[in-house]
Design a protein. Structure first.
Length: 110
């Protein structure tokens, strides 16, 4: 089963990964205090789909593409696994063993 998730375009230092995924929908939000990103004016949220066999590779590309100055994360999941992606760190959580979320939560805000 394919993975689905959201990439915030402004979270990417290297945006080439957007061309590597299938974009299902794009939504633009004006930044407010709740976004906690005062250095930008908008969020461009791309709902994406990734073939199951490309999940590992795409997660690594996203991880190395995230903005190095700010603490962003991205995630995508299917019915078996949830990838939680930080700069240079990827967690692959087996949804049958959600205790594994603990490591991702310890690493960053999730």
């Amino acid at each position: 089963m394919n993975y689905q998730g959201v990439i915030i375009e402004e979270s990417l230092e290297d945006k080439h990964v957007i061309g590597l995924v299938h974009i299902l929908n794009t939504k633009i939000e004006n930044v407010t205090e709740k976004h906690r990103t005062p250095w930008i004016k908008k969020w461009t949220l791309h709902t994406i789909e990734i073939p199951e066999e490309q999940g590992e590779n795409i997660s690594k590309i996203i991880s190395s593409s995230l903005d190095k100055k700010h603490n962003w994360y991205a995630d995508f999941k299917n019915d078996k696994f949830h990838y939680i992606i930080f700069l240079n760190k990827v967690f692959k959580v087996d949804l049958n063993n959600p205790i594994l979320y603990k490591d991702a939560k310890t690493y960053g805000i999730f």
